[in-house]
Design a protein around this ligand. Structure first.
Ligand SMILES: [Zn+2]
Length: 324
């Protein structure tokens, strides 16, 4: 037997992230247009909770990037902690405020109004599962909407406004209810701050028609989404944390972005050293010369900070505006 049996691709075990996909590669993730109201109708289907960390790392060629990592101890069914699993990303500095977002199927009304005259036939697999194959030409006005926590909470609370009286009894219905649900309007404003970035409002009550109930949707099961995004085992996550050059946020004094020259250091060499004097409060009166020198120093520091901010190309920064 020759050694050629060992040649070629058969003996390889590539783990170059080929099994990891982005959300928009597996579902039709709707990109909210800027500053425009869109009208949608949520479907009475599973809404999946996703908890994702953004970890700042330095790449081999010195670039600072933020990479998404699924929280491995997060249980989407309960939105609590999984038993017997500990997520090393949760323990990284600055990760304590990591928030959950939600994925939901909804009819996009403007797409529904533009239904083509001739519709390509569904694939047999689509007919069987009811799920749209992202690569097929089959038409559906259903998209997946990524809802930051505050928006999801707002939409959930509209239930209180959606009261139906039956036999003298008042009952609240979820906005996604097939029979008693309603349209929701959402506006995305990337220039707004924090929770104001997504505005929402209730629309007409709209029972789902037979046609609407039959629209193909997207598979938002834990297995499909977490499986494709590449949920790591605890062992793998631990080795990732050891392997990566993680950039720690500078929160010794305040939450300001770190100056550029500090963030280029490896985390284990990291120190605040020469930045200290300005951060410490100084009570005694300064001379005009000292004040001018301080202003110049501050200006320089701000410029450095801005340069630092620009480098954070993929920084989610808790604003929930960045799809991945
Ligand atoms: Zn975690």
């Amino acid at each position: 037997m020759s050694n050629d049996d060992e040649a070629g691709f058969e003996s390889l075990h590539p783990k170059g992230g080929a099994d990891k996909k982005r959300l928009d590669e597996i579902i039709d993730l709707y990109p909210f247009p800027k500053k425009k109201w869109v009208q949608i109708r949520f479907l009475p289907k599973r809404i999946l909770a996703v908890k994702q960390h953004w970890v700042s790392i330095r790449t081999k060629d010195g670039k600072e990037v933020n990479i998404p990592k699924l929280c491995i101890e997060f249980d989407p069914a309960t939105e609590g902690k999984r038993q017997n699993v500990s997520c090393p990303y949760c323990k990284l500095p600055g990760q304590d405020s990591t928030r959950t977002f939600y994925l939901a199927n909804a009819i996009l009304r403007e797409d529904q109004e533009e239904k083509p005259q001739r519709l390509p036939a569904s694939l047999p697999e689509e007919k069987r599962t009811g799920f749209k194959d992202l690569s097929s030409r089959t038409w559906t006005p259903v998209k997946v909407f990524r809802l930051p926590a505050k928006l999801a909470s707002d939409i959930q609370s509209y239930k209180e406004l959606n009261v139906v009286k039956k036999n003298g009894e008042r009952k609240e219905y979820d906005v996604s209810s097939a029979r008693y649900g309603m349209d929701i309007s959402i506006k995305f404003d990337p220039d707004a701050k924090g929770a104001a970035m997504y505005m929402s409002n209730t629309g007409d009550k709209t029972p789902l028609t037979e046609e609407e109930t039959a629209y193909l949707t997207y598979d938002l099961s834990e297995k499909y989404i977490y499986g494709n995004l590449g949920l790591e085992t605890e062992e793998h996550a631990n080795s990732e944390v050891k392997r990566m050059t993680i950039i720690e946020p500078d929160n010794k004094y305040d939450k300001k972005p770190v100056p550029t020259r500090s963030v280029v250091r490896k985390s284990d060499e990291y120190d605040l050293g020469d930045d200290e004097p300005e951060a410490a409060p100084v009570k005694k009166e300064r001379t005009p010369e000292q004040k001018a020198a301080l202003r110049a120093k501050k200006k320089k520091r701000l410029a450095a900070e801005q340069a630092g901010q620009k480098k954070k190309a993929y920084d989610d920064d808790g604003d929930d505006s960045m799809p991945f």
